[in-house]
Ligand binder design. Sequence first.
Ligand code: BES
Ligand code: MN
Ligand code: ZN
Length: 502
Amino acid sequence: MEFSTKLGNPEKTRTQCVIVGVYEGKTLTTTARLLDKASGGAIRKVVNRGDLSGKAGETTMLHEVDGVNAQRVLIVGLGNQETADAARYIKVVSAAISALKSTPAKNTLCCLLEVDAEGKDSYWKARRIVERFEDAVYRFVDMKGKPPEQEVTLDSVGLQLADREEQDSVEAGIEDGLAVAAGVRVHKDLANTPGNICTPLYLADTAKKLARQFKGLKTTIIEEDEMLKLGMGSFLSVSQGSDQPGKIIIMEYKGADTKAPPHIVVGKGITFDTGGISLKPGAGMHEMIFDMCGAASVFGTMTCVATQQLPLNVIGVVAAAENMPSGRASRPGDIVKSMSGQTIEILNTDAEGRLVLCDALTYVERYKPASVIDIATLTGAAVIALGSPASALYSNDEELAAEIEAAAEETRDRVWRMPLWEEYQSQLNSAFADMQNIGGREAGSVTAACFLARFTKQFRWAHLDIAGSAYRGNGPNKGATGRPVAALTQYLMDRADEEDEA
Ligand code: BES
Ligand code: MN
Ligand code: ZN
C-alpha cells in the first residue's frame, strides 16, 4: 500500500473516501469543520440529529456530500476530547479502517493526524496509522489454489497535514511504519505457513534468502553434528524425535563497529509441537504450527533492522526443531546434559521450548552481548495469566526490562513484567539431575522463565512469553499477529538513537 502526505483543502481533494473525526459533545475537528462549512452544514446536521454521538469508535458514512469532492465522507467518533490518549487513538484508527474496508474504496484521505493522543506527536500518529492499515489489509493467501478475488481493494492512503511544518515528521513516521510493517508481514507469512512446509530446513533457507536480500546480513547454520560437538544435549533431545533435522540459525547484522557488542534476539522455532511422547490432545493441536512465532519474530525484527540499516550490531538466533513422538524421541524421565554442563531431567517432553532455547542461550555467550532477548510461545500458562493484550516479560536486569517496557508502550505492542523470584526456582529441583524441565501446575509461565534464567547469568537477558499475543489460533481472524516485532524493533531503534547521542 502507498502512503503520502497531503496539504491543502481536504474538501477539494478527489478521493474515494475522506475520513474525519468528531469528539463527544458535538465538537468537530478542524477538518470536519472545513468539510462542514464547504457542504453547508452536512456534518453538523448528522451530529445534531444524533446519528453520531461522538463515542470512540462509532462510525457513520455519508455519500455524495455537496461541496465535497470525495465520493464518501467517513465520520469517526473520537470520544471525550479531555481524556484522549494513545489507546483511544489506536481504537479510533482501527474503527475507521474497518468501516473503510467494508466499502469498495481504493484510496482514502485520512484526516486523523489532528486527533489528540495525549502528547503523542505526528510522527507517532503517522506510524500507527501506517502500521494499522498494513495490518488490516494483510491476507495469507500463499496456500490458496488460485488467488482469491481481492476482498480488500484499498491501495493508497493520503495523510492530511495541518501545515508544512508537519511534513518531515509525518514522512519519517510513514517510512518507519512501512519498515515495521514489512517485518510484521515476514513474521505473519512465516508463522502462518503450516508445519509440513515450514520445517527447520525451510527456516534455514529463509534466513539464507534474507542474507542475499540485505547487505550487512550474514547467515550461518549450525547442523546437528556440530551441535553434538558443542555438547547441546538438551536441544538434540528434542530434535532427535523428528525426521526433520534440527537447526540453529544465526543471522548476523553488522551496522556498527566490529567491536561494538551486539544485541541478540533468540527465537523459539518449534515448527510443529505435538508434545512428543507426552503427546498433546488432538483438539487444538493444529495451533502448534504457530509454535515458531518466536522465530518468526526474529526474522521480522532482522528484516526491519536491515531495512532501516540501523547503526547497531544485531544478531538473530533461531532454535529450529520439530517436536515429534517416534522410536527415537526422548522419553519422560530421560536425563540430558545441556551445553552449559547442567543436567536436565525431562519429566514432560511437551516442555520442549525451554530445552531448545537453553542451549541456544548458552551458545550466544561467546558474542559478549550488550543484551539478549528471547522470544517464545513457551507456555499455555502465559495465555491464562495475560491473554492476548500483553506478552509476558521477564528479565534479570532492571534497566533492560525498563527499556523493553518503554519500547512496548511506545508501539502499543504491550508487555507486562512478571517475577523471576528465587522462591519459584525450587519448583524446578530434581532428585536425579541438576533440574527438571517442568515446575508443576502453579505459575507455569514463571517457572519456564526461571528455567531459562539458569542459563543466562552471563549477560543482560530478557524473555518474552508470547503464547497469548503472537497469534489467534481459531476463528475468522485466525493467524499470526506479527507481535512483538514492533516492540523489538522499537527497542533496537531506541538503542541506535542512544548511540547517536553518545
Ligand atoms: N508450545 C507450548 C506452549 C503453548 C501452549 C503455546 C498453548 C501456545 C498455546 C509449549 O511447548 C508447551 O507445550 N508447554 C507446556 C508446558 C508444560 C508441559 C509444563 C504447556 O504450557 O502446557
Ligand atoms: Mn510443547
Ligand atoms: Zn512448544
